[in-house]
Write a protein that binds this ligand. Sequence first.
Ligand code: PLP
Ligand code: TYF
Length: 402
Amino acid sequence: VFENVAAAPADVIFALTADYQADPNTSKVNLGVGAYRTEEGKPWVLPVVHKADKILVDDEYLDHEYLPILGLKKFRDASAKLVLGADSNAIAEGRVGSAQCISGTGAVYTGAHFLSKHYPFKGAACYISKPTWANHRAIFEGVGIPVLEYPYWDPATKGLDLKGMLGAMENAPSGSIFLLHPCAHNPTGVDPTLEQWKQIADVMEAKGHFTFFDTAYQGFASGSLDKDAASIRYFVERGFEMFIAQSFSKNFGLYSERAGNLTVVARTPEIKNTIESQIAKAQRAVISNPPAYGSRVVSLVLNDEKLYGEWTENLATMANRIIAMRQALFDELKKLGTPGTWNHIVDQIGMFSFTGLTTPQVKVLKEKYHVYLTDNGRISMAGLNTKNVEYFAQAVDDVVRN
Ligand code: PLP
Ligand code: TYF
């Protein structure tokens, strides 16, 4: 019965990882997937997570019961508090809801799915940044919401195209949905300043657009969990209703546990309850209830002052190694006198750098140097270390000159 089904293309990031793994060359470098690596190029189990693992298994003697449909309450509350702040008025007013989801991806999906059913402006499009994480388009289109783009990256300045972004918000029909990255934008590593967020909020408010934040890198941008949530908190203070998809894949190194949360800031506690009830109904039919383990780890750490402190130190270890690699790459390129400006490598923040390398240059990097990165020139900074940064810089120097 399925002989006429057309094959779907492979996922670009997962295909890149597979190509890297299949490459026998010993100098190969993987700058593709956004996953943290140590100086030795290995995945890192955060020490605080390892500690939580032991506590959960030995002391709490885990059962394997179902979680409630909306997930672990302690996890959901701690997630909302992490992003909105312990002193959030919206939380105190009882109008913040949540649903534990299948990591950040599931949280974006769950919010998008809810909007596809219940958003009152029928036919409204979701505007995503150009460029953005490829899954954004796939998720919104998958639930039947049309997807359009707003300008974000300015290739000329290798920075934010604020004018283009605000212009697109002005021109979009009132009540459009805007998907925003609150910090450490993927793939560009370029974020608006707080002053620019104010301008963005002004237009979002004037046009009655709906705000959908996707935060996958809290703790990776400024070195402070609070500062990385400043854009979101500012919007909440101004009274916006919003959805916030949170991922704990990167900041807890819990990639495979799929721990994520959809935080909902509603106008009233009653509306919050209604939204949660609809999300629960939808969630029941898709995953029935979310996986427990990752949320137990996150909840244990977020709800324990001492473990929380250790977590922030672990986060700093990751963020600082990435910053050191930015500097090292910049220094190597300067030393080589590589044509072009490279300040953006150190100016950009978070896990990625948008190098400005072109698709043909990326191809040469892969074929001649066994360096793997996405076609748009994005590199995952965590793939660099003191042993391969010089090799990578020389490869970049070569492809830029030739
Ligand atoms: N949103 C953005 C912008 C991301 O970059 C990612 C991961 O790379 C995610 C969401 C969600 O990832 P996960 O589903 O692994 O939590
Ligand atoms: O590197 C990136 O941009 C991500 C990687 O569930 C990724 O696309 C892989 C799996 C996943 C989420 C993100």
